[in-house]
Design a protein around this ligand. Structure first.
Ligand code: NAP
Length: 269
C-alpha cells in the first residue's frame, strides 16, 4: 500500500485500529473517521510513531451530512483517496420480540446506511478516476443468523448484499468492492456486548482453537485492498479459523484444551 491514501472508518478502536496500524506499517497514508476526537488523537499518535502520515476527522457515519463534511476535509488534507475500509459498526443484543425501535434504527443506521454512505461518498471520485478499492467489514452473523442479535445480524446480511451490488455496478469503473466476514474478534465491541462463556463456546467450535484477534482481520483486509487481489470483487471472505467450514466440536474429539477448560469450570455451555 506504499504511497496509497486509505480512509478507515471506525479506525480508532478494535479491528479498524489494527487495520490502520497495518496499513501504516505497509507504507500507506491513513485517514481515520471515528466518533470521538480524543480516541482518534491517540491512534494518530500511534500511526505517526510508526512513521506514517496520518489524519483524522470525527463524524457519525450514520449522518450523511457529517460524512460529506468529513470527506471534504480529508480531500483537502490528503488529495486523492485510493481506498476505503468501512469498518465503523455498532451492535445491540435483545430477544427479537423485545427489540427496541431505537436500537433497530441505530444499528441499521450505523452498520448499513453508514457503510453505504461512506462507500458512495468515497466511491464517486474513485469511479471518476477509474481506480479504487473498498473493503467493508461484514460479519459471520451476516452469513448465518445469530439469535438474540436480530438487528445486528440483519444489518450484516444487508451489508453483504450491498457489497455484491456495488461490486456489480462499479466493476466496469475498475473499483473493486469486497467484504470480510469475521468470527468473534477480541475487541472492545464484543467484550462489551457478549458474555464470557460465549468466547469458550466459539473456541470449542473453531478448528483453529481460538477466537480471532484484530490483526487476523487486518491481514485479510490488506489482501483484499491491495493489488494482490486485483481480480477479486464482490467477495465475502469469512475470517473465522475454519468455523463455518462444517460441524466441529472440540469436546467430541480428544482435545486436551477443551477438557482442561471443562475440568477447570471455565467452559459453561
Ligand atoms: P470497536 O472496537 O467498537 O470499534 C468500532 C469503532 O467504530 C469504535 O471506535 C466506535 O466508536 C466507532 N463507531 C461506532 N459507531 C460509529 C459511528 N456511528 N460513526 C463513526 N464511528 C463509529 O468494534 P470492532 O469489534 O472493532 O468492530 C469493527 C467492525 O467489525 C464493526 O463493523 C463490527 O460489526 C465488525 N465485526 C466485529 C466482530 C467482532 O467480533 N469484534 C465480528 C464481526 C464483525 P465508539 O467506541 O465510540 O463506539
Amino acid at each position: 500500500m506504499t504511497g496509497k491514501t486509505v480512509v478507515v472508518t471506525g479506525g480508532a478502536s478494535g479491528i479498524g485500529r489494527a487495520t490502520s496500524h497495518m496499513l501504516a506499517r505497509d507504507g500507506a497514508r491513513v485517514a481515520i473517521i471515528d466518533l470521538r476526537d480524543e480516541d482518534i488523537a491517540v491512534v494518530l499518535d500511534e500511526l505517526r510513531a510508526l512513521g506514517a502520515e496520518a489524519f483524522g476527522v470525527s463524524a457519525d457515519v450514520s449522518d450523511a451530512t457529517a460524512v460529506q463534511r468529513a470527506a471534504e476535509r480529508i480531500f483537502a488534507d490528503v488529495g486523492e483517496v485510493h481506498a476505503l475500509v468501512a469498518c465503523a459498526g455498532t451492535s445491540a443484543s435483545s430477544p427479537a420480540a423485545d427489540h427496541s425501535v431505537e436500537d433497530w434504527n441505530r444499528v441499521m443506521g450505523v452498520n448499513l446506511f453508514g457503510s453505504f454512505i461512506c462507500c458512495q461518498i468515497f466511491g464517486r471520485p474513485m469511479i471518476a478516476r477509474g481506480e479504487g478499492s473498498i473493503v467493508v467489514i461484514g460479519s459471520l452473523d451476516g452469513i448465518s443468523a445469530h439469535a438474540g442479535r436480530i438487528a445486528y445480524s440483519t444489518s450484516k446480511f444487508a451489508v453483504h448484499g450491498m457489497v455484491k451490488n456495488l461490486a456489480l455496478e462499479w466493476g466496469r469503473h475498475n473499483v473493486r468492492v469486497n467484504c470480510v466476514a469475521p468470527t468473534i474478534i477480541d475487541t472492545p465491541l464484543v467484550r462489551r456486548g457478549l458474555p464470557d462463556y460465549f468466547f469458550n463456546v466459539v473456541t470449542d467450535r473453531t478448528p483453529a482453537g481460538r477466537i480471532g484477534e484484530p490483526d487476523d482481520v487486518a491481514h485479510a483486509v490488506l489482501v483484499l485492498l491491495g493489488g494482490a487481489s486485483s481480480f477479486l470483487s464482490g467477495v465475502i471472505l469469512p475470517v473465522d479459523g475454519g468455523l463455518t467450514t462444517g460441524f466441529f466440536n472440540r469436546l467430541s474429539g480428544a482435545d486436551l484444551q477443551s477438557k482442561k477448560l471443562l475440568e477447570a469450570g471455565v467452559y459453561q455451555p
